[in-house]
Write a protein that binds this ligand. Structure first.
Ligand SMILES: [Zn+2]
Length: 642
């Protein structure tokens, strides 16, 4: 539904506005399911012009500083070029490729890697990933011959798009054929590397929209595979070849994984996903987990990072969108229950100080004690915009001088909002919540998950750090990811996105979907995907009951925290570097953690025995699959007997 709306041009929107104005009820059925409460009593609200009421908080004015947004600074691939030879080496054969998506994905899944354009440097690593292409067009004969020898001498060679160079025998195929019609990849062959892919949406992943597969460019298949392919397209042709060699593999992918990751991370999947929300859609996660399995199976010292604090199985972040008059007081009932259950949640609050089409001005003096109580109970206050417009994604960017009380956005109809801007929504809501709630505001979620292309840089410029503005299904991933400028450029921003897994507006009622939500929690717990649950506190009843029973059902394996807590941990983990070397029978692992973090899970081979640690006295606990470092200092050395 949301996608259909995005396709409307301005002209179409204007033409439809009149029709929809008189058909608000019909509109309810086509709105984005992740949305404000649909039960607003809009009949009693003004539909024409702003009502000039006295604004609340007469002594407040701000923010007083202006916001300026610097131009994009392209990210240099050298940012990811440091590290030792135990890492996965990505041999970058085209620097104008989607390598940033691949780099972000490998960080997310916790595989230590580096990028290089130098074949000899790459071949010093046991595991080499040639990206985005292996051919005579991008590598000379000497380099190709050296790469070809690597699997025959104990290394592993993974390559996206093997297009030439006489390597058919090495990877085990006859020809590579462009095949734009393909849209699904299935792991048809039983193999240890893919044994963890047990759900139907893991056994078969989506790489294009079935009705428009050629929209995703660059897909190919390999003919005449000499061993059964690891994965095939929907017509049975080979998508991923995996030929065993001495101690490793030659693995050829018939697609560009960085490009696929980029499509999901940029929220441009355009119909690839099998659902919009509430389902399990791990297409990108499966690819990342496959790379992690390949690395773990073939690296000399396979040490990787887990995705959940303290080695728990599932990170759960409960989020509430307070975007309706009654939600303000209802929020306290959720908050008191959560505090009693030891759960800290995130409250995305709309600072609605103007009455409009949507609702009355519920963000006034009466909201202040609510904010302060939420904070006192340990919850996070976050921004859910000022005016909660469906049109947020097409708002003008703004001047960076918007301030309360002069900034007066007015939602006149679902398709028409006056006087609003992206920067205004971000600046003014943050200012009011900080002044009145007494907590720094770092997390943002737009109404209707309406997502402007300029959002990443706008968030940076206005002082936010975390976004929860998309669904996991719509992003093809249940793991967090780093946003780039304009959701398009090769220019990283420091903003990370934490997508919504479960929401409360799709039918049937949320409580009736409890078994499916618990089932999703178990699917995600197998690899540490994020369970970000959105519950509007517009009612208590079955929604509160859902939350209570969900918490009980998962608390024995889940970690709970606010978005700020999980995201801060995630970003610190993202900067952790992992290197390892071997002397005699001992493995020496070096971690560098530029930002402090607690409860870092280090995944090591089960047979390894920890012998000593520097600095001495670090608290470390060992679980069946990971070593948990309680408080991670800047640099840690771990010595293991293998
Ligand atoms: Zn909302």
């Amino acid at each position: 539904m949301k996608r259909n709306w995005l396709y409307f041009g301005v002209a179409g929107a204007v033409a439809l506005a009149l029709l929809l104005w008189t058909a608000n009820q019909a509109l309810e059925t086509v709105m984005d399911p992740v949305d404000g409460p649909s039960a607003t009593d809009s009949a009693s609200l003004p539909e024409a012009l702003p009502v000039r009421e006295a604004l609340p908080f007469p002594t407040l004015r701000g923010p007083l500083h202006d916001t300026s947004v610097p131009p994009p600074l392209p990210t240099d691939w050298h940012r990811y070029s440091a590290g030792g030879t135990n890492r996965l080496a990505v041999l970058l054969t085209k620097t104008d490729s989607a390598w940033l998506g691949l780099a972000h994905g490998l960080r997310t899944i916790g595989v230590p890697f580096l990028l290089t354009t130098n074949t000899a440097q790459a071949l010093a690593h046991r595991v080499v990933f040639v990206y985005p292409e292996l051919s005579g067009a991008v590598l000379d004969g000497t380099a190709i011959r050296a790469l070809a020898a690597h699997p025959r001498t104990g290394g592993s060679l993974i390559a996206a798009n093997v297009l030439g160079g006489g390597l058919e025998d090495l990877f085990g195929f006859r020809e590579v054929v462009a095949s734009s019609s393909h849209y699904e990849i299935g792991f048809a062959t039983q193999h240890a590397l893919t044994a963890g892919f047990t759900h139907p949406h893991e056994r078969v992943i989506r790489v294009a929209e079935p009705s428009n597969p050629s929209a995703i460019a660059g897909k190919r298949h390999y003919t005449g595979p000499v061993v059964p392919p690891l994965a095939v397209y929907e017509d049975g042709t080979a998508a991923i070849l995996l030929r065993p060699w001495e101690a490793g593999y030659a693995c050829a992918l018939g697609f560009d994984p960085g490009y696929l990751l980029t499509i999901g991370y940029h929220n441009r999947e355009e119909g690839i996903a099998r659902a919009y929300v509430n389902q399990f859609e791990p297409s990108l996660d499966v690819l990342l987990r496959l790379f992690k399995e390949l690395y773990t199976a073939t690296a000399p010292l396979p040490v990787t990072l887990g995705t959940v604090p303290f080695g728990r199985k599932l990170p759960v972040v409960i989020t509430h969108d307070v975007d309706y008059a009654r939600s303000v007081t209802n929020a306290l009932a959720y908050a008191e229950y959560e505090a009693g259950a030891g759960v800290r949640a995130t409250y995305f609050v709309q600072t609605k100080y103007l009455r409009d089409f949507n609702d009355i001005a519920f963000f006034g003096e009466g909201a202040v004690p609510v904010l302060q109580r939420l904070r006192a109970l340990g919850h996070e206050l976050a921004s859910h915009t000022v005016c909660h417009s469906m049109r947020f994604s097409s708002f003008p960017f703004g001047t960076g001088t918007e301030r309360f009380p002069d900034y007066q956005p007015f939602v006149r109809t679902p398709l028409l909002t006056l006087g609003a801007s992206v920067l205004g929504e971000l600046r003014v809501s943050k200012f009011l919540l900080e002044k009145l709630g007494g907590q720094e505001i770092v997390s943002f979620r737009p109404g209707h998950l309406s997502n402007p292309y300029s959002l990443p840089q706008a968030l940076v410029a206005t002082g936010y750090r975390f976004s929860s503005s998309v669904t996991a299904n719509d992003s093809l991933t249940h793991l967090p990811f780093q946003l780039v400028y304009d959701r398009r450029q090769v220019a990283e921003t420091p903003i990370f996105e934490f997508p919504v897994a479960i929401e409360d507006e799709e039918k049937p009622l949320l409580f009736e979907r409890l078994p499916q939500a618990i089932a999703l929690a178990h699917q995600l717990a197998r690899y540490g995907g994020l369970m970000n649950i959105l519950i509007h506190p517009d009612i208590l009843g079955h929604k509160l009951q859902f939350e209570q029973e969900f918490v009980v059902a998962v608390q024995h394996f889940a970690w709970f925290g606010t978005l700020n807590e999980y995201a801060s941990w995630w970003i610190a983990r993202n900067e952790v570097s992992v290197d390892a070397e071997l002397t005699g029978g001992s493995a020496h692992v070096t971690l560098t953690a530029p930002q402090p973090l607690n409860g870092l899970p280090l995944q090591i081979p089960p047979a390894w025995k920890l012998q000593s640690v520097e600095p001495a006295g670090l608290k470390i606990t060992q679980t069946s699959s990971a070593l948990i470092i309680d408080q991670v200092p800047l640099r840690v050395r771990l010595h293991f007997q293998r």
